[in-house]
Design a protein around this ligand. Structure first.
Ligand SMILES: Cc1cc2nc3c(=O)[nH]c(=O)nc-3n(C[C@H](O)[C@H](O)[C@H](O)COP(=O)(O)OP(=O)(O)OC[C@H]3O[C@@H](n4cnc5c(N)ncnc54)[C@H](O)[C@@H]3O)c2cc1C
Length: 398
């Protein structure tokens, strides 16, 4: 491989979207994925309205919309009192061409990106290829990988590390991943149960210190995602045994649910000290991880991707100096620590830890404005747009 090609580590959504963006910009790109196929554990499900322009620029919005579930309605449900506070993203109609979110498993979004990537010349995906290390010099990067056939070396001009929270690329760069790990565990479940019979919206944030949950309709086949929280000191192998007690508490008595998939997760607020070292750049969970309350994790990763593929392609085509990648690193790291991470922590506190009734009442007084004040809905819904960076090809976003 010569120096104008890119190796992307990780065929998760960020890796595949970045590879697609690069390939559409005329860059030869190879994706290295440790697993034999796209990983389908239950994780991101909600794509906020604010990322849809970016998916459109990548040419995949229509497909995502067709196989996903576009939705506008939202609800806070206060579990103990049954109070519901409802609002709709229809309030954004004058502000965006896409005033809705899309619900779609992140594995399915990754499949859409892969399908589009495969149609482009100069692209390949190497499955069962685990990045184990890398060395770089002035003209490129040599990546070491393990494969079922044995160790392998690959060479490219640039590497994008999109290999998730435990990123081997980040570790090979010797970068710190400073931050905190929460003492709780989230349990993400995909279940068949008609949550609308409980009067819930298609996306409901259920506030309760014991039974708090994010409950989201996945598709029209009756599949829903319910993510609840438990103390991480409880043994992980007991998650399945404890689960029926949780669902008994939140579902209508006498009604059954069918568990289709589940996965326990530890949660962190962490970011790499830098997102770029020489010819290697980090994106998505490899660069930063947050607890998923409010769906800001992949949202941040997508906003990394949208500016990164453009900046890296322009660097490779000689249209801009590579210092643009330092700006990428500074800008995306700043937005993570100043906006995404604090908001995700605040969301987690409200949904899962509202133990103080006086504080909860204070919060509710603000949240009730969602139901009555369109400007408030617009202002709050604009938050995820503030996680976006303007194109780095234009100085100061001008
Ligand atoms: C329960 C839960 C719900 C969530 N819900 C949302 C949501 O609704 N909205 C949202 O925005 N975010 C959400 N998130 C966060 C979201 O899942 C992550 O931010 C997202 O997965 C990051 O994508 P990624 O491509 O960066 O990393 P990953 O999805 O982790 O993909 C990394 C890929 O790299 C591969 N890989 C790993 N190591 C190597 C290696 N050494 N060599 C080669 N390949 C490797 C992995 O197999 C994987 O395919 C949620 C997370 C959880 C846990």
């Amino acid at each position: 491989m010569s120096d104008d090609s890119v190796l992307v580590a990780g065929a998760g959504p960020v890796g595949l979207l970045t590879a697609l963006g690069l390939a559409r910009s005329g860059i030869r790109v190879t994706v290295l994925e440790s697993e034999p196929a796209i990983v389908n554990s239950p994780r991101a499900i909600v794509y906020h309205w604010s990322v849809l322009d970016g998916l459109e620029r990548l040419g995949i919005l229509e497909d995502a919309k067709r196989i996903g579930l576009p939705k506008q309605d939202y609800m806070y449900r206060i579990f103990r009192t049954g109070e519901s506070i409802c609002w709709s993203l229809a309030a954004l109609a004058d502000h965006t061409a896409h005033p809705y979110n899309i619900h779609l498993g992140q594995n399915r979004l990754a499949e859409v990106a892969l399908e589009h990537l495969r149609r482009l010349p100069g692209t390949s995906v190497l499955w069962n290829t685990r990045v184990t290390g890398l060395v770089q010099d002035a003209s490129g990067v040599t990546v070491q990988a393990s494969t079922p056939e044995g160790p392998r070396e690959l060479r490219a001009g640039w590497v994008v590390g999109a290999d998730g929270a435990r990123s081997a690329v980040r570790q090979a760069l010797g970068l710190e991943f400073a931050g905190t790990t929460w003492p709780e565990r989230f349990v993400a479940t995909n279940v068949r149960y008609d949550f609308q019979r409980l009067g819930l919206a298609l996306a409901t944030l259920m506030i309760d210190p014991q039974y708090g949950a994010i409950i989201v309709k996945i598709d029209n086949s009756g599949l829903w995602r319910c993510t609840y929280c438990e103390d991480a000191s409880l043994p992980e192998e007991g998650v399945l045994e404890r689960m029926p007690a949780y669902f008994r508490a939140i579902l209508e008595p006498g009604t059954g649910y069918e568990l289709m998939q589940y996965s326990p997760y530890r949660m962190h607020q962490r970011a790499a000290e830098r997102f770029r070292v020489g010819r290697v750049v980090l994106a998505g969970d490899a660069a930063h991880v947050t607890n998923p309350t409010g769906g800001l994790g992949l949202t941040s990763g997508m906003f990394d991707c949208f500016v990164l593929y453009e900046a890296l392609a322009a660097t490779i085509h000689g249209e801009i100096g590579d210092e643009v990648l330092d700006r990428y690193s500074d800008e995306r790291r700043r937005i993570f620590w100043e906006r995404a991470s604090p908001q995700a922590c605040e969301n987690k506190r409200l949904i899962y830890h509202s133990r103080d009734p006086a504080r909860l009442e204070e919060d509710l007084q603000t949240l009730r404005r969602f139901a009555t004040d369109k400007d408030f809905v617009i202002e709050r819904s604009m938050f995820t747009k503030r996680l976006e960076s303007p194109s780095l090809l234009r100085r100061n976003g001008a």
